[in-house]
Design a protein around this ligand. Structure first.
Ligand code: SF4
Length: 354
């Protein structure tokens, strides 16, 4: 999309912003009134609810309303919701809806799978070319993917500081600092941001306090409780040094063929993978980051990024010997999260660990 000259806007990030501003309860009921279930993605229901009411927290950044699209593009690699979500806007704005249908539960990114996806990307490119009335520029695309690759490599480098004995950043910093890797891949501004951050961090290595417990976060952030969770972890001596969520944005775009790299990168991401691949990945992360415990967030409205329901935590514990805690919450809908309950459970859990 960037190589075609589009400015790209992501509704998921609007959902996260609504969550972080704790506005979910204001907007979700409006989407529910229009027939959306309160059990589906609360990014979706919060975002569509805000749209129906005609409000947005983007006002603080100079935008009175969400941008009007010329075209809507989805990739089902993460979930079905994105397609349904953009279908809503395609009808409202009367604009084309295009997409990549990526299978889920992927064990291996085979040549057959990549061929299937590359075919869809070529079809997408042909349709965008018609809508944009401009030919596809392979050189520009190659450079855009190369820029994405540099951004992701820098982001990976920053996440790798989590291997330090006393990492300066935790998961709660990562979920904020990852924004350019999420919404600006392919834009050189993201590279500049991470170069600056990496250089700043390099000067601070070794100055943070040593954590008593090195934890790993699995699952979605709880956007409405970032401060509470960060403070609680600090109080209990827990530092969350790595996570599947933040590491998912360090895509691997290596290789000479940018189309192949794109198809592979978005099929390889953690959320699309089979349980066996996820188990191996988590075991590797536990070793790499010297993890003492894994905290699994069971997010009520995101089954796709919740990995607690088919015995994965128990399997990973059996393989690694590292204990885990599952807690219940949500990304935006804070009716599913209890501060008191989590505090009590985490305190008891930490006591048992020591
Ligand atoms: S992966 Fe989960 S949080 Fe993300 S859009 Fe899909 S349902 Fe929502």
């Amino acid at each position: 999309l960037r190589s075609f000259g589009y400015q790209v806007y992501f509704p998921e990030n609007h959902g996260a912003l609504i969550g972080a501003r704790r506005l979910g309860a204001d907007y979700i009921p409006e989407a529910v009134r229009q027939g959306f279930s309160p059990d589906i993605c609360s990014y979706l229901t919060a975002d569509i609810g805000a749209f129906l009411i005609g409000e947005t927290p983007l006002g603080r950044y100079g935008l009175d309303e969400v941008p009007r699209p010329e075209v809507l593009v989805y990739n089902t690699s993460q979930c079905r919701e994105v397609k349904e979500w953009l279908s809503f806007y395609a009808n409202r704005f009367d604009v084309p809806l295009l997409g990549i249908e990526t299978p889920r539960d992927i064990d291996a990114t085979t040549d057959g799978l990549k061929g299937y996806l590359i075919g869809q990307y070529m079809d997408l490119i042909r349709k965008l070319s018609e809508i944009r009335e401009t030919p596809f520029d392979m050189d520009r695309y190659r450079e855009t993917v190369a820029s994405s690759a540099r951004t992701c490599a820098l982001w990976q480098e920053i996440l790798d500081y989590g291997r330090d004995d006393a990492p300066a950043l935790s998961f709660f910093d990562h979920i904020l600092l990852m924004a350019p890797a999420v919404v600006l891949r392919g834009d050189p501004a993201a590279e500049t941001f991470y170069e600056t951050l990496r250089d700043e961090l390099a000067t601070q290595r070794g100055s943070a306090e040593h954590p008593q417990i090195r934890a790993f976060w699995e699952g979605m952030p709880v956007w409405g409780k970032v401060r509470f969770l960060a403070d609680l972890c600090t109080e209990l001596g827990i530092r969350i040094v790595a996570s599947t969520y933040c590491h998912s944005w360090a895509f691997d775009f290596s290789g000479d063929d940018p189309l192949e790299a794109t198809a592979r990168a978005y099929a390889d991401v953690f959320i699309t993978r089979s349980q066996a691949v996820k188990r191996r990945y988590l075991a590797r992360m536990i070793t790499t980051f010297r993890i003492d415990t894994v905290l699994y967030h069971d997010a009520k409205t995101c089954p796709y990024n919740t990995n607690t329901r088919f015995a994965l935590p128990a399997d990973v514990e059996e393989e690694t010997g590292v204990p885990y805690l599952i807690f219940y919450g949500d990304l935006v809908d804070m009716r599913h999260f209890s501060e008191e309950e989590l505090r009590l459970r985490l305190e008891a859990f930490v006591e048992n660990l020591q």
